[in-house]
Structures are given as structure tokens and as C-alpha cells.
Design a protein around this ligand. Structure first.
Ligand SMILES: *Cc1c(COP(=O)(O)O)cnc(C)c1O
Length: 496
């Protein structure tokens, strides 16, 4: 039976998976959600022997029911290939009593690659299935990481083009270098004179510009987004939780049906929602541990039942988690409201007008599987240092937030027995300076690439290809424009 997708703000909407992937966001501003979470009806003994790609197929085929077996397998094959630096794709590392699930072996050495390497193929396949003749043009505004991961995912994917706007003086030198050295004839990277919000507003304006839409259509193009709320990004992330569980079972670390905890360093709530979906498919997960940095909106939400974004935005050493509105949380709210679109819409409206909303006691009771906590900047740094000194294993700042919160969870609950998987979302080489400073302040004096070599030496890990490349890669994109000029830049790139 076909699994249909409806909007979190309108129950009447019914789309197939491919239509939901193509649309990204519902017209009513809601997020697409599957009408029910399908069961993982594959024996664990079978999953135990599967490769990452095979596991991904088992998970994704349960959700994307209008894709044929060939279509889905083709997408998976093109996504999880030698772009990843290990055939395991998402290896598990046992350190200090926890299992680190390394989700950073893709082209940009961060976990966004897990979804953005497959989204372009899902999008193109969805376009073909729905008789869309136009090429898809991805427009993205980025404050750093997502832009590079999207570029790497879409580069040279036939039938797509991608334009990324970033604030010229608002990203780190390494992030800028990663983007402006991007290969692929279908890629375009543009710095703007303005901040991230202005870049994002400019992109939104283009999405809503009907005259521009008509012009593009004549030329054979249409816009789409690679935004993290696309269901085509969420579902591929369910796969690695199933894969991790199956590997622990295969290696004898857990018995059949033994429950595990999962700890996730959280920003937009996509990664941990994928773990929640995995649990609802039937994967034996006990607690979903939601780790925040000092922007602890989610911790406050889990402890009080009120989501309140009215607070100062704090810049931390885990920038990909510096978020005050976790967009994907809406999918959880909708669900604990009893799949009630009206109730959910009311809260989301309160969020946009007052910056906050409170859930009912009845809804709160359904959050018993979640545990939320956060770490301060000092605690994050201490966690990196201590793990390195105790085990030699070096983790990045985001992963360290999760490891620090796991320590707090154990102290709070006394649950030290349950085997625990920590989602490791970035390579330490992506945040070299913060990581090395945490280990020893003496590193402060070293240059960026000197630090990279030193990290490689003390951690006894090879410098990832993604970092080696930007040492020498030529700059291929040097366009800089004013905010008002963004549409012209896009048209020029497309030859419209
Ligand atoms: C995006 C990101 C996160 C947060 O993931 P969400 O799915 O947005 O919660 C955590 N760590 C890193 C390194 C990221 O890039």
C-alpha cells in the first residue's frame, strides 16, 4: 500500500513521497510527514549481515513507496560510493564506554553529507516520476556548512544546477575556501555584501517571485531547495541508526532486542527526529538523549513544556547547533498533538507571533522517551580534553556536546548499563582550532594548517582528503554582489 504524506498544518494534503520531496515545504508552511511510521519488518539477523547501502534500501523503501526498487537502489548507489572515505560509510568507534557513530566520512567531513549526498538523486528521480521536464535549480543561502555539503552533493548531477549565496565576511576562511574551490560546471558560489539573514531573505524573495518563475520556466528551469526540512533529507538519516544497531548486534556488543540509548548533538532537530522515527519503526531504542549547547532552547522545552525562542543568540564553538528555532521539532509536535494539524498550526502561529508556545500535559506525557540537557562552552572543551587524555580519541566540538550531555545523563539517572550510541557529527579536522585549544592552550599560537598536521600527529589519524584538497585547490568562484543583485546573478549563471 502506498504511504502518503500530509502536511503538519493541513490533514487534507495527501502527496506521494516523490511529490513531497519535490515540493520540500507544503504550501501552508507545514512540513511533510508520513501518515504512519512503517514497521522495520526485516529480521535483525538479516540486517546484521547487510552493507550500509543494503540497510539504507530496507529503511528507505518502507518510506518512499512510490519509488521502484531500481530507482531507489540507483539513488543509494550513486550517493554512498567512493565519495566516502570508508566502505563502512558510518563506522562505529568504541571509546570510554560509549559507541561513537562517525557520520563524517563523506566529502565535507560532516554529517550533512549523509543526507545531501542522496537528496540530489532523490530529487531528480522524483522530477522524472512526476513528468517535470525542467532542470532543477537549487538555491541556498548558507552561513557555512550546509552550502558546502549541498554543493558537494549536487556537483555534476545531471538535470540540476546549484547556486549558493554566503555572507562575504560572515563565514570562516576555511569554510569560504571550501566553497569557492568547488568543482562542477553546474555549481555557482556567490559572496554577498550583507549578513546571513540578508542572504536568506534574498533567496526567499526569489522563491516567491512569480515573474522570475515564469521566465525560468520558459528557459527550462525551476527552483527547488535543499533545506533540512525536506523529507528527502530526513528519511535517509533513519538508516544509520538501524545500521549502527545491527552492527552492535553482529559484533556481540548487544543481545537480540536489547535496548540502546542514542545521544544526538542537536540544532534543527533533524538528526534526533530520524532516531525517533527509527525507534517508531521498531528499532529497540530506550532513551533519545537530546544534547544542546548554550543555545539551550530544547533543554528548556523538555524540562518545562514551553518552547521559547525569546533569548539572546549565543555564538559557540559548535556553530552548527547555534539555532533558536529548531524547524524539525514541528514534526514531533504534530505527532504528540495526536496528528492534529489544527492544534499544531495554532502553536506554530504562536511561535511566529510571540516567539513561544506551551504544550499540554497530555502532550508532555508522550515525551517520556526523550532526555534533554546541555553543556557550557567550558564543559564542551573539558570533554574533548578528558576523552583525548583517557583514550587518545579526538572528537569535534559538536560531538563533545553530546558526550558531555551523556555524562550528565548517567549522573542524573544512574543509567550506566544501557549501551549507548553517540552520533558523531563532524570530523575534528573541521573545527581544528577549537578542538586543539581545548586539548592545550599552547596550540593557540599555531597557524591553521600547522594545527591540522599537529591534530593528525597527536590523534594518530590521517588528514582527510577534504582538508588536503583545500590547501592547494584553485579558486573557481569569485563573484561578489550586492543583495539587490542576487536575481541578476542567478539569471546570468543560467543564461536566462
Ligand atoms: C547540522 C549539524 C548538527 C545539528 O543537526 P540537526 O539535524 O540540525 O539537529 C550537529 N552537528 C553538526 C556538525 C552539524 O553540521
Amino acid at each position: 500500500m502506498e504511504l502518503m504524506y500530509s502536511s503538519t498544518r493541513n490533514d487534507k494534503v495527501k502527496l506521494t513521497a516523490s511529490q513531497a520531496i519535490l515540493k520540500g515545504l507544503a504550501d501552508d508552511g507545514g512540513l511533510f510527514v508520513p501518515e504512519r511510521i512503517p514497521a522495520l519488518d526485516v529480521p535483525m539477523d538479516t540486517l546484521a549481515d547487510m552493507s550500509y547501502q543494503e540497510t539504507a534500501y530496507e529503511v528507505m523503501s518502507r518510506f518512499f513507496t512510490d519509488f521502484t526498487e531500481d530507482e531507489l537502489k540507483d539513488c543509494i548507489k550513486k550517493a554512498y560510493d567512493s565519495k566516502f572515505d570508508t566502505p563502512e560509510i558510518a563506522p562505529l568507534v568504541d571509546a570510554d564506554g560509549a559507541y561513537y557513530l562517525e557520520l563524517f566520512h563523506g566529502p565535507t567531513i560532516a554529517f550533512k553529507d549523509m543526507a545531501l549526498s542522496i537528496l540530489p538523486h532523490l530529487l531528480i528521480t522524483s522530477a522524472r516520476k512526476n513528468q517535470v521536464k525542467n532542470d532543477i535549480v537549487i538555491l541556498t543561502a548558507t552561513s557555512g556548512d550546509t552550502g558546502k555539503a549541498a554543493l558537494a552533493g549536487f556537483a555534476d548531477v545531471e538535470g540540476t544546477k546549484i547556486v549558493v549565496f554566503y555572507p562575504k565576511n560572515g563565514v570562516s576562511p576555511i569554510q569560504e575556501k571550501q566553497m569557492i574551490t568547488q568543482k562542477g560546471a553546474n555549481t555557482c558560489v556567490v559572496g554577498i555584501h550583507g549578513n546571513f539573514d540578508q542572504a536568506q531573505t534574498g533567496v526567499k524573495k526569489m522563491f516567491n517571485d512569480t515573474a522570475l518563475e515564469a521566465e525560468l520556466d520558459v528557459a527550462g528551469y525551476q527552483f527547488s531547495s535543499a533545506n533540512s526540512i525536506n523529507i528527502g533529507r530526513l528519511i535517509p538519516q533513519v538508516a544509520y541508526y538501524v545500521y549502527a544497531y545491527a552492527k552492535l548486534y553482529k559484533n556481540g556488543a548487544i543481545a537480540k532486542d536489547e535496548k540502546i540509548n542514542v545521544v544526538v548533538p542537536t540544532g534543527n532537530f533533524g538528526n534526533i527526529l530520524a532516531a525517533f522515527y527509527a525507534k517508531n519503526m521498531g528499532l529497540p531504542i530506550a532513551k533519545l538523549i537530546c544534547a544542546s549547547n548554550e543555545n539551550k532552547v530544547l533543554y528548556d522545552f523538555f524540562s518545562t513544556g514551553t518552547y521559547d525562542r525569546n533569548r539572546d543568540f549565543i555564538l559557540t564553538s559548535s556553530p552548527s547547533m547555534d539555532i533558536l528555532i529548531s524547524s524539525n521539532l514541528e514534526r514531533l509536535i504534530y505527532r504528540i498533538a495526536g496528528n492534529d494539524a489544527e492544534k499544531n498550526t495554532k502553536m506554530m502561529e504562536e511561535l511566529s507571533t510571540d516567539g513561544k508556545y506551551a504544550i499540554t500535559d497530555e502532550m508532555r506525557a508522550q515525551l517520556a522517551d526523550f532526555y534533554g540537557n546541555y553543556t557550557s562552552e567550558e564543559e564542551t572543551a573539558k570533554t574533548i580534553k578528558k576523552l583525548y587524555e583517557d583514550t587518545g580519541y579526538i572528537i569535534d566540538t559538536h560531538t563533545a556536546v553530546a558526550a558531555g550531555v551523556y555524562d550528565k545523563y548517567k549522573k542524573d539517572t544512574g543509567d550506566t548499563e544501557t549501551k549507548t550510541v553517540i552520533a558523531s557529527t563532524a570530523s575534528p579536522f573541521k573545527f581544528t582550532r577549537s578542538v586543539m585549544d581545548a586539548i592545550d592552550p599552547k596550540y593557540d599560537a599555531m597557524g591553521d594548517f600547522e594545527l591540522v598536521d599537529e591534530l593528525s600527529r597527536i590523534g594518530n589519524v590521517k588528514v582527510p582528503q577534504a582538508i588536503e584538497e583545500i590547501r592547494t585547490a584553485p579558486v573557481l568562484h569569485d563573484t561578489v554582489c550586492e543583495v539587490e543583485e542576487m536575481p541578476q546573478v542567478v539569471k546570468k549563471f543560467l543564461g536566462v
